[in-house]
Every structure is written in structure tokens, then in C-alpha cells.
Write a protein that binds this ligand. Structure first.
Ligand code: FES
Ligand code: FES
Length: 145
């Protein structure tokens, strides 16, 4: 049994330290915003905020998340989500949860990031639909407010 601080609650989970974090989040806790893409830390779709920092969950063990604060977009209510929708920046949507997590982590540190900083923050996130230009445009608009 391990204890996780997730989305504002302490949750007890029946598992062992070495189980992949994404398995616990999706299959045990039913947190479906965390998407499994590559499983190799190469696409970014499985990101959560860990102590406020975007962190991939597909290859790390859940034991690495114990004693730290985990946030997923289920509780973030991030304005970035609505802005991407309104800005028509989402194609299939598979990448977008990880991108919202990355952008939320960035905007908490820096509410007016420049284009280069936004691109750097999104670097670990593949978008197979090629929606990156639209996503960056929306994030630039948010950064200018
Ligand atoms: S599923 Fe984790 S980076 Fe691709
Ligand atoms: S919107 Fe389809 S992968 Fe990014």
C-alpha cells in the first residue's frame, strides 16, 4: 500500500513502488487524462505536474511520486484548455493533455513567456497532427494578456 498526494487529496493505493506510474494513475485510480503514447518518454502524452513541474509518467515508477504533489488536468481547470478550444488549436486531441500540463507548468512560473520559451517548454511533446503552430499561436496570445 502506498499513499499519494494527488489532485488535492491523499489517496491510498494498493500497489508496489516499482509499478509504472501511468498504470497506477489510469488503471487503478481511473485518471484518464494521462495518455499512454510511446511508453518511452518520447512523446509527452503522459505528463502530469509533479511539485508543479511537468513530469512524464510512462517510464517512472510510482514510488518516485510518493511524498510529492501530483496534479492532472482533471483538477487544474486551466484557462489554457479553454483557450486552445476557442482558438481551434486541437486536431485529434491525443497530445493535448500533455501539452496543457506543460503549458500550465510554464505559465505558473512565467505568465508572459516569449515564443522561444514556449517552444522550449513544448519540446518534449509530439503532435502527430501537426497542430503545434496553432497551439503556439494560442499560447502566445495568452502570454500577451
Ligand atoms: S507515453 Fe510517456 S512520453 Fe510517450
Ligand atoms: S492534435 Fe492530434 S496528436 Fe496533437
Amino acid at each position: 500500500m502506498i499513499s499519494l498526494d494527488i489532485n488535492g487529496s491523499i489517496t491510498e493505493v494498493e500497489t508496489t513502488d516499482d509499478v509504472p506510474a501511468i498504470f497506477v494513475l489510469r488503471n487503478v485510480l481511473d485518471i484518464k487524462s494521462v495518455k499512454l503514447g510511446c511508453g518511452l518518454e518520447q512523446c509527452g502524452s503522459c505528463a502530469v505536474l509533479l511539485d508543479g513541474e511537468p513530469t512524464l509518467t510512462c517510464s517512472k515508477a510510482i514510488g518516485d511520486f510518493v511524498g510529492r504533489t501530483i496534479e492532472t488536468i482533471e483538477q487544474m481547470q486551466s484557462p489554457i484548455q479553454e483557450a486552445l478550444l476557442q482558438g481551434n488549436a486541437i486536431q485529434c486531441g491525443y497530445c493535448i493533455n500533455g501539452i496543457i500540463v506543460a503549458a500550465e507548468g510554464l505559465f505558473r512560473r512565467d505568465s508572459h513567456p516569449d515564443r522561444a520559451t514556449i517552444i522550449r517548454a513544448l519540446e518534449p511533446h509530439l503532435c502527430r497532427c501537426g497542430a503545434h503552430p496553432r497551439i503556439i499561436r494560442v499560447l502566445m496570445e495568452l502570454a500577451s494578456r
